[in-house]
Design a protein around this ligand. Sequence first.
Ligand SMILES: O=C(O)CCC(=O)C(=O)O
Ligand SMILES: [Fe+2]
Length: 301
Amino acid sequence: MTLEFKLSDEEVELLPTDEDVAFYNEHGWYLSKKLLTDDETDELVNASERYYAGERDRSLPEAPPRLAYWDPSKGDVQRHNDYVHYEHDGLAKILRKPLIGAVAARLAQTDEIRIFQSTLIYKPPISGEPSNLVPWHFDKHYWSSSSSDRMLTAFIPFHDCPPEMGTITMVDGSHRWAEIGSDDTVVRHFAERDRSQLDQMLAENAAYNNVEVTRLPITIPRGHVNFHHCRTYHGSGANVTDRPRRAISLHLQDGANRYREYPLTDGTLAAYNHDVLVRRTSAGHPDYADPDYCPTLWADR
Ligand SMILES: O=C(O)CCC(=O)C(=O)O
Ligand SMILES: [Fe+2]
């Protein structure tokens, strides 16, 4: 183990236990212990405000085709900004805390975790704002060009995140469902999709698996992180409080994840935004281990 990927004795206490890993395997999600200090969550708020005010340490060389990139001209809608771990060192410094990667590695039962994507999210405190509603989806649908089924997401609010703020909501155990032969429009992001279609997709898949849908809004205390498996259905509701809901979705890949050719029914190959940014492998494919865009968060070698 390199020095960089070392945990303190106190941090080791914060790792998931064997029971926690079994819970994750059964339910498809896990609410962590307190992984971030109050100073770190304060700094996430401050750094995100500087980001929203235009502060960048570097910029993407080009805008990939499906980049989520709120700017003030978009107004008071839900904000999504991808690649903040690349563009903003203040946010990246906290996201790259080894403890987060170590928890993910335990859950995914792998010895290496890399960042796949990070999205800064802000739900304005407007109870009727339709863009605040996140329809049911699972993240692997956007990642068809990734080979791994162990990918997972760390949802990191910057404050206590109760149901009335529209916290993330898990469809319990849905990562174990078999999927109905889905049309490959699912690879399109939920922001581009019709909400009722996605609600229907959840209902049809539940019926196909002969299960009731159990929706669990996760009350996340400040500094705690909710992890979900890449095939766990999730969504979220309105923010009916008078405070913004601030968070980062930190999407993670295990060490073995690679680009794969995944043909869609129209004959084209599934793609991800990285494909126009990252370096190539010797086989000429996008390299999902490019340290500039997909840095290693944890390695236990
Ligand atoms: O912002 C939310 O409530 C959902 C975010 C999400 O879809 C994710 O973390 O994968
Ligand atoms: Fe998601």
